[in-house]
Ligand binder design. Structure first.
Ligand SMILES: [Zn+2]
Length: 116
């Protein structure tokens, strides 16, 4: 198919092997398309970065301090005794001033906190 490089980033691109796009079914004339519309979704995909890493000068740099994805951090809110005040394994209640604790190992069932 005579598509041009822009087609991959175009809103009109059909992603169909038998059809280049809805405006130019057989592809645009020449190497420029007058109907080119940048697809915002495609652009976002190009800027995608894995969790805990970032692109710097075109190189993927891992950020070791970001051990937790945002999703994992939200999950922590649901079960971690730091937020719930209860042991995630046996359900034992932590001391009343549990928010001041540093270690979260459970004295009842022996659950060990390996998240911090
Ligand atoms: Zn426990």
């Amino acid at each position: 198919m005579p598509k041009i490089p822009d087609c991959d980033r175009c809103l009109m691109y059909s992603y169909d092997p038998h059809l280049v796009c809805t405006v130019h079914p057989t592809g645009p004339d020449g190497d420029r398309c007058i109907d080119f519309r940048l697809d915002p979704n495609t652009q976002a995909e190009e800027l995608w970065q894995p969790d805990g890493a970032t692109y710097y000068n075109g190189e993927l740099i891992l950020q070791p301090r970001q051990r937790w994805t945002q999703e994992q951090q939200l999950e922590l809110l649901d079960w971690h005794p730091m937020f719930t005040g209860f042991c995630p394994r046996c359900g034992a209640k932590y001391e009343c001033d549990y928010t001041a604790r540093v270690h979260w190992d459970c004295g009842v069932c022996g659950w060990m906190d390996d998240t911090v």
